[in-house]
Design a binder for this molecule. Sequence first.
Ligand SMILES: *[C@@H]1O[C@H](CO)[C@@H](O)[C@H](O)[C@H]1NC(C)=O
Ligand SMILES: *[C@@H]1O[C@H](CO)[C@@H](O)[C@H](O)[C@H]1NC(C)=O
Ligand SMILES: *[C@@H]1O[C@H](CO)[C@@H](O)[C@H](O)[C@H]1NC(C)=O
Ligand SMILES: *[C@@H]1O[C@H](CO)[C@@H](O)[C@H](O)[C@H]1NC(C)=O
Length: 489
Amino acid sequence: MRVLSALFLVCAFTASVAGDPNITEAAAETLSSTPVKTLLKSSFHLYHEGKVFEETCALLPFRSESLLRCGYNHSHPLVLIIHGWTMNGLMEQWIFNLASALKVRLGQVNVLISDWRNLALQPYPIAAKNSRQVGQDVAALLKWLEEAAQLSMDEVHLIGYSLGAHVAGFAGSHFRGRRKVGRITGLDPAGPHFEGLPAFDRLSPDDAQFVDAIHTFTKSSIMPGVGIKQSVAHVDFYPNGGSFQPGCKMLDIYSNVYQYGLQGVPKTIKCAHERAVKLFTNSLINTSQPIIGYRCRDDSTFNKGLCLDCKQMRCNTLGYDVRHERTGRNAKGLYFKTGPEAPYKVFHYQIRVLLMNLMEPVEAALSVSLNGTRGQILDVPVTLYQDSSSPKAFTSLAAVAADLGHLTSIRLVWKGELVWSSWLRRVRNIMSWKGSDQDVELSVWRIRIKSGESKEKTWFCGVSAEVTRLKLSEEQEFRSCARRTETQT
Ligand SMILES: *[C@@H]1O[C@H](CO)[C@@H](O)[C@H](O)[C@H]1NC(C)=O
Ligand SMILES: *[C@@H]1O[C@H](CO)[C@@H](O)[C@H](O)[C@H]1NC(C)=O
Ligand SMILES: *[C@@H]1O[C@H](CO)[C@@H](O)[C@H](O)[C@H]1NC(C)=O
Ligand SMILES: *[C@@H]1O[C@H](CO)[C@@H](O)[C@H](O)[C@H]1NC(C)=O
């Protein structure tokens, strides 16, 4: 990933040449009006409708007549959208998609867009440093609205993307105690220059009454990432583990760079980074099927299917409708899978297989077909992991695109790749043993499937015998023999 960081640097420097620090309209207006209260380096625009920046209305802080001119409604709450680092100086499309979704969903709301492009179109380290200044500008705007428009800080929701998330945090840190800003949402808050810093140097739960964050492109052992990995909110969501997103291909970076030159780098990075924005925007539009995140120690535990639990508020709703819950400092993140495109929601099933024969601590690859009253899904590849609570229990997670209703029957194919079977194969090769793989079998006693979304648990039994012998590559059917739905507390 050295190539990528080198490209990053080149981009940052190209951007700095193109960048042209400019005093914004608002600041110029402030300068010309007497007395000068604060010199703001960024500006704010009221969104009405439309898809371009030119259709917004410039709100001039400390000039109360601009509130009237822009049609700012004093009795509505305020949502402020804050962009991040920019390499081309354009107001990106997601801003208007989000603003429009907020208007459609909330109706009576003042949607403001922060414009700090002059400070963001800089080499990344400088833009990162500038985020503190921009936070101060946002705080100055809010303090002015508090006086000029009787805005209560309870009614303020700051939504920041990437560096904009830290801008929101810095803005929030100017308000304390009962005057704290109502809510901050961090959409893939930026990682470089913020990861590992103390709370006052980045977005943190101290910055608002309620802080939520969605992490979609964080650094992992194999991915570079530009989002922050650590928890920065009261409720931190990690879709698909948070380090990369389905439908985004890291390998595309090479073809994108080939096709678009250096502009190809942001194209690749944006896919996973901007997924946080898309998930949040989608939560405003699609309220019929909210996406649920499940509290879990980490991604690998989640992938074993061990965290599909909603008891004691262990799950929460992603996006705008998140339950405002102020968890302790060391609260675990919320995990879930998504599809590659809107509406993103998938349905999670924990598959728990109970074996009769004792096995080594192994991982087994299976292909599962699930049949339910509302549909079926064929050949989902899953990996069974040994459940640490019982040597004969194996668990796995399956994420499927549709709600299958009550599960009635399932079919399993054991694909092998079981550690001990490959070991066995190796031994056979060495010893030139002529025995067949068919000798190896799993004796399945029961299978239990728990649906994360419906909370229903269904037990499955073999069709013909109490114990079903599952041989490599051979399909076996199991039918439901008991069912129970967990009651939520
Ligand atoms: C500076 O900003 C103003 C108003 O936003 C714009 O009209 C002007 O073209 C900008 N100048 C440069 C050099 O970018
Ligand atoms: C503000 O919105 C309210 C409805 O919430 C409406 O009755 C009122 O007329 C609006 N005021 C202005 C100035 O548009
Ligand atoms: C909302 O999500 C559901 C299920 O994920 C999907 O079937 C539906 O088409 C979505 N609706 C919109 C308006 O996106
Ligand atoms: C799936 O289950 C339904 C009952 O819900 C049953 O009628 C149907 O035959 C089953 N299909 C398969 C392929 O097992």
